[in-house]
Ligand binder design. Structure first.
Ligand code: PLP
Length: 341
């Protein structure tokens, strides 16, 4: 699903006078985090700079597909958020351009590793781990013991009880597949995914839809980012999360400037701004999101999953962010899992 937001053109300047935003130019922002956060980023950047923002929100895989389709006539200027692998694939396909921000010095090492690995085309803006979202009331009512390990999800007690996204549109689902391949090896991972299939009631378009379905009590378990489970618990839903006992993967949510951006000055200004501490606080303060921010001065939000306490694999971003590898694994998933009855 694509959402567009065009913000009003008139802004109240710091001195209280009304200034035409057009004087500062405009920015076409492609955004792959949750809509509330995307809107907050667009509104605050426009307020801080006077640059008029037109924002389009889509999943990570969908945004990569759009940028690819528009490559001869780019419409977007900057791509904010979404899982790191499609940002790396975009860089490799020369769909994005290198940039070095003066604000790089304030970032965690993992954000800069992403930047170096992408030959300065993608930079980390947040990180988060994959795990299980769990509706505690629903599982208790059905007398189902919650999952603690990947292996548990294959159990017949979860028949029709699990939701995960479709990796064609969702970066989250691709991180899950790449995680399983790295944990188990490719053949066992696809055997696992085929075994999981009868327990999955829906492969959703968006990576965050499954945890929202858990919160609403439509499904007992999601395979999703664990920070999103805390967002739902904070909103009052009977949701908790578990990180798989065998270990799990994680994302480096990223940002890239699109090659051929028509508003390059504004895109760079946005990029610099998005790496600052006040901009990174917006994820939690305006969007209720609990990822680990990449700016070292931006605090880990209260109750946010602490990545240093989660058993994380050494996710090979270079390999699984490669365009051909990503395409191959998603096509294999389509053939063996997504198209299965
Ligand atoms: N929303 C949030 C809060 C995320 O952390 C992420 C991952 O980067 C996404 C959305 C990406 O969603 P999708 O899996 O639909 O690409």
């Amino acid at each position: 699903m694509q959402r567009r937001l065009l913000l009003p053109i008139l802004l109240i300047g710091p001195a209280g006078f009304t200034a035409p935003a057009a004087a500062q130019g405009s920015l076409n922002l492609y955004c792959s985090v949750q809509n509330e956060w995307c809107q907050a980023v667009a509104t605050n950047f426009q307020r801080d700079t006077g640059i008029r923002v037109s924002m389009t929100q889509r999943g990570s895989g969908e945004t990569l597909a759009a940028i690819r389709a528009e490559s001869q006539n780019p419409r977007g200027d900057v791509w904010f958020g979404g899982t790191g692998d499609p940002h790396l694939a975009a860089g490799e396909e020369n769909l994005t351009q290198a940039y070095e921000s003066a604000n790089n010095g304030g970032l965690h090492p993992w954000a800069l590793t992403q930047w170096r690995q992408s030959e300065r085309r993608a930079i980390g803006v947040y990180a988060g781990a994959v795990g299980f979202g769990i509706n505690t009331e629903l599982l208790a009512r059905k007398n189902i013991a919650p999952p603690a390990c990947w292996a548990d999800l294959l159990d017949a007690r979860f028949r029709g009880e699990i939701q995960i996204a479709n990796p064609n549109s969702s970066g989250t689902a691709y991180v899950v597949i790449a995680t399983l391949v790295q944990l188990m090896g490719e053949e066992p991972a696809f055997t696992y995914l085929r075994g999981l299939h009868p327990n999955v009631n829906s492969y959703t378009r968006s990576g965050t839809a499954p945890i929202k379905a858990v919160a609403r009590g439509e499904t007992g378990v999601s395979i999703s980012f664990v920070h999103d489970a805390v967002t739902e618990a904070n909103a009052g839903f009977p949701v908790t999360y578990a990180t798989p006992c065998e270990g799990t993967g994680y994302e480096i949510g990223s940002m890239s400037i699109i090659r051929g951006a028509r508003n390059l000055t504004q895109a760079r200004r946005f990029y610099d701004w998005a790496l600052t501490e006040p901009a990174q606080r917006l994820g939690f303060e305006a969007g209720g999101q609990l990822q680990q921010p990449s700016n070292t001065a931006a605090p880990l939000p209260p109750n946010a999953p602490d990545l240093s306490r989660i058993r994380l694999i050494e996710y090979d971003f270079a390999k699984y962010g490669r365009a051909a590898e990503r395409r191959r694994l998603i096509q294999r998933w389509d053939r063996e899992v997504g198209s299965a009855p």
